[in-house]
Design a protein around this ligand. Sequence first.
Ligand code: SF4
Length: 426
Amino acid sequence: MNVHESEKIAGILMSRGLTECNDGEPDVVVFNTCCIRDNAERKAIGQIGRFKQLKKSNPDAVIAVVGCMTQQDGAGFALRRKFPFIDIVLGTSNIEKIGEYVSDALSSRTCRVEIDDDPRPAIVEGVPYHRSSGCNAWINIMYGCNNFCSYCIVPYVRGRERSRAKEDVLAEFEKALSDGYKEVTLLGQNVNSYGNDRGDGYGFASLLEDLAKYKGDHRIRFMTSHPKDMDDRVIDIIADSPNICNNIHLPLQSGSDRILKLMNRHYTRDDYLAIIEKIRAKMPDCGITTDLMVGFPYEDENDFEDTLDMVRRVEWSNAFTFVYSPRRGTPAATMPQVPAEVSKRRIMKLIAEQNSVTRRLSDAYVGNVYKVLCEDAVDKNGKLTLCGRTESGRMVNFNGDPKLVGSFCDVKVTRSQSASLFGTRI
Ligand code: SF4
C-alpha cells in the first residue's frame, strides 16, 4: 500500500511539472514512511538524517516527510524538532496536499506541518498516479481499518474503514485495462469488509463479481483478507471467475487460540482451517499465503508449537514471517514482552519449517505448464532472465526475449530450487 501511495505522491508532483531525478542532487525529496514495525521507523530516520548534507549543499532543496510515521501521536512535530531541515510534514490524510505545499516551499520557503487526526477523513478522488509497478496496476478499494488487532498501529494512523464508491473503483479498473495493464491488484487493509461502511449492501463479493465481468486477457488479485471476514460467496466467485487469480493471502498470525485471542483477531485455528478446507475444496490449486508472527506477548513454547503445527497442516505456498514489534499506543505494547533471544530462536525455527514446506510444494510444480505473466527481465550472472508469476502467485524464471515483458507466456517448469522455479517457454 505504501508503494502505491508513493505512486500517488509521484503523480501529484509530476502533474505540477516535476520530473524523476535519477542522478545528481534532487530539488525535492519526499519520504513516504511506514511505522508498522520499529525497524521501518529506524530505517526512515536514518535515511532522513542523511539528507541534512543535501540541505547544506542545496539550501533551496525541499524535504518532505509523509506517511504513517508522522501520524503517530506527537510524531510530526517531534520529527521537525529532530530534523529542523525538514520543510514539510504531512499526515496520512493530508497527502493530497503534497503538490501545493511543495510548490509553496519551492517558491517561498514556506514550511508546513499538517497532521489531521480525523479518524474518518474523506476519500479524495481524481488524484493522478504515476504507476511504477510494470504490468500490474494497484487499485485501492478502501482505506483504514476497524479491527484494532492488539499489536497493530494501522487503525491509529490510517483511521477507520472508508470504502471507495464502486463507480470510482470500476472507473479506475477500466482505465487501467485501457492503459494496457495486464494485472490489477485490489488493495485494502481488509478487503473482505469492503463496503460495510457504505451501508448499501454492495460488498467485496459484489465488487469482485462486477470486476469479473470485464472480458479480456488480464488478471485480478487482491490483498489483504482477514480470516474473520472471508465468506463463502467470495470463495465461490474466485473459483468461478477465470480472470480472478486463485491466489489468496490470508494472514493467520499465530496458530495458538490463546494468542489469537490476545491479538484480538476474532477467529480460532479451527475457524482458519475450515476456511482453508473450503478454499481447497473449490480450488485445489489455489496459492495460499499468510503472515505469521512470533514473540507476541505471553507466547510460550506450546503456543509457538501450535504455530509450527499450522505450518505443517495448512501448507502455505509462502509465509511472511515476523518477530513481534511493540508499537507505542497499542494494547500489546503494555503486555509482558517475550525476550528477544527467544523470539530470535523461534523465528529461525519457523522460517526453516516453512522453507521445507515451500520446497516440497515447489517440487510439485516441476513438469507442469503454467500461464505466466512476464513481469520483468533481470540480469542474472550477465544473462537476461525473464520472470513472472503463475496464477497461484509463484514466481517462475525462464529464458526469452525481453520484449515479452507485459505479456502472458506458457512456461513449463523444469526445476525448482527452494522457493524459486525455473522453466522454459513453450
Ligand atoms: S486487520 Fe490488519 S491492518 Fe487491521 S488492525 Fe489487524 S493487522 Fe492491523
